[in-house]
Design a protein around this ligand. Sequence first.
Ligand code: SF4
Length: 338
Amino acid sequence: MKVYLGVDVGSVTTKFVLIDEYKNILTSCYLKTSGDPILAIKQGLKHIETTAPSSATIQAVGTTGSARSLAGVVVGADIVKNEITAHAVAAITRVPEVRTVFEIGGQDSKLIIIRDGIVEDFAMNTICAAGTGSFLEHQAVRLNVPIEEFGKLASQARQGVRIAGRCTVFAESDMIHKQQLGFGKPEIAKGLSEALVRNFINNLASGKSIEGPIVFQGGVAANQGIVEAFRDFYQREMEIVVPPEHGVMGAWGAAILAFEYAPRESAFQGYSVVDRSFETRSFNCEDCPNSCEVVGLLEDGKVKALWGSRCGKWTPQSAQSRFTGVENGIAEVFGYRS
Ligand code: SF4
């Protein structure tokens, strides 16, 4: 059975999706990256190996997400694509008439404008936490409410209290102020949901033509309070679709791209990747004022891939000694292991 793997490694979560030739999801997983993307990749691959149909043979691999290049080297990707493309491809597959995509993840958020099945414009927020899942998680901790309960709590409120949510620091002090005025947790949870939606719209949608159907995806789309806040924002006049696979849309898009661009022979490294040992190291190149931080992925002391050199002067071979202190070639001759 021919199958295709998509991997989406973000700063907060890592997602894997395995699809068949009809783009149907056979198995998937959603894990915390927990600051160790290589470990998360290994755990995800192990899950896919144990849950995939026994006859499944991976024909191609696609990676996306902020650590897509790293994931591409570790897993062996045939195609490496940015998150905008991967999310748009999945949204178009699920809702072919989609005209706007809202994607809110743990650490960033995206808005994609699609017309006639093609990405026309997009905006990304990777800097301000106020329009992302981390904003909600942070405030949920302050309210002493499990994040899973947050949406349910917000839906119990008849009306949300207005919270200044332009920035997480202001939101926190305003939230405490509103608590002191006697507002209950449901009103505050609803107010925070509305604040997140206002931030998302202010940060990403200004000057853009938002048209429905909107596909709302990303981990935060599981929060019914936010879905309702978006519906209220558009006065219930905009169609907002939350697909069942909303949490793994990036990985699904990467798998679809792998299917569409499948080479004759895949670069997939096999499930044995979980038993291999990788590490990341870096050095600062001071050969010009750019002072690039060059990051290398090493396996058994050998540099497998590099990132961060703006001029491209470093190759895995030329950077070997900078990472290991051992001249090129010597590593193999003397069996050196860093
Ligand atoms: S890697 Fe290239 S651009 Fe970066 S500091 Fe070195 S010489 Fe300059």
